[in-house]
Design a protein around this ligand. Structure first.
Ligand code: URA
Length: 194
């Protein structure tokens, strides 16, 4: 069945599949270009996101906005969302059952956006998407190609705020993402005729 954006958002807003929704102010479905070639997936909403109902709008989000700008894009040109759409209490890592309960929404978002490249922000996003074997310090910076999509695990912006020395590696990862997007769009454009 093809689910529309309105249907996914309605389902998220009505969702009571796990206990995370019991203490939140707002669901945070995610936002951006519904046909973006590039998607960012974080862990889960924090306090600012919970209050505004928007993904990545707090301190980490402001850094993410700068990172996207450094890539030559705006937030409106990409799609930004999280593994879980409700803020975990005290910003703890979402439990496997919570991530599993929310995964159908991410799958539906994926099916609608059909991104070409996905940046997995931090260990939680990388492990829930690519598997438990992922170690972010070891595996960041290396693309994983899965079902026609290029996944790039990198540091979460919160990790970059805690430890600025990681920024150089994160920028290296994002440069690879830019190169991959260019490569894909060059492949897609018609051959030049002289
Ligand atoms: N951290 C996340 O993982 N997601 C957000 O939306 C905000 C902070």
């Amino acid at each position: 069945m093809n689910t529309s954006w309105d249907q996914v958002n309605e389902q998220i807003l009505a969702c009571r599949n796990c206990p995370l929704c019991e203490h939140i102010h707002n669901k945070v479905p995610g936002q951006g270009d519904p046909e973006a070639a590039l998607m960012f997936i974080g862990e889960g909403p924090g306090q600012d996101e919970d209050l505004q109902g928007l993904a990545f709008v707090g301190r980490a989000g402001q850094l993410l906005t700068k990172m996207i700008a450094a890539m030559g894009m705006t937030r409106d040109e990409v799609f930004i969302c999280n593994i879980v759409k409700c803020r975990p209490p005290m910003n703890r890592v979402p439990e496997p059952e919570e991530a599993a309960a929310c995964m159908p929404y991410l799958r539906q978002q994926f099916a609608l956006v059909r991104p070409k490249v996905v940046v997995l922000l931090g260990a939680t996003a990388a492990r829930y998407i690519l598997g438990d074997h992922i170690r972010i310090t070891r595996d960041r910076g290396t693309f994983v190609y899965k079902k026609g999509v290029w996944f790039m695990p990198t540091y979460h912006p919160s990790a970059l705020l805690r430890d600025e020395s990681k920024k150089k590696d994160a920028w290296h990862d994002l440069q690879q993402v830019m190169a991959k997007l260019k490569e894909i769009s060059d492949e897609g454009s018609p051959a030049e005729t002289v």
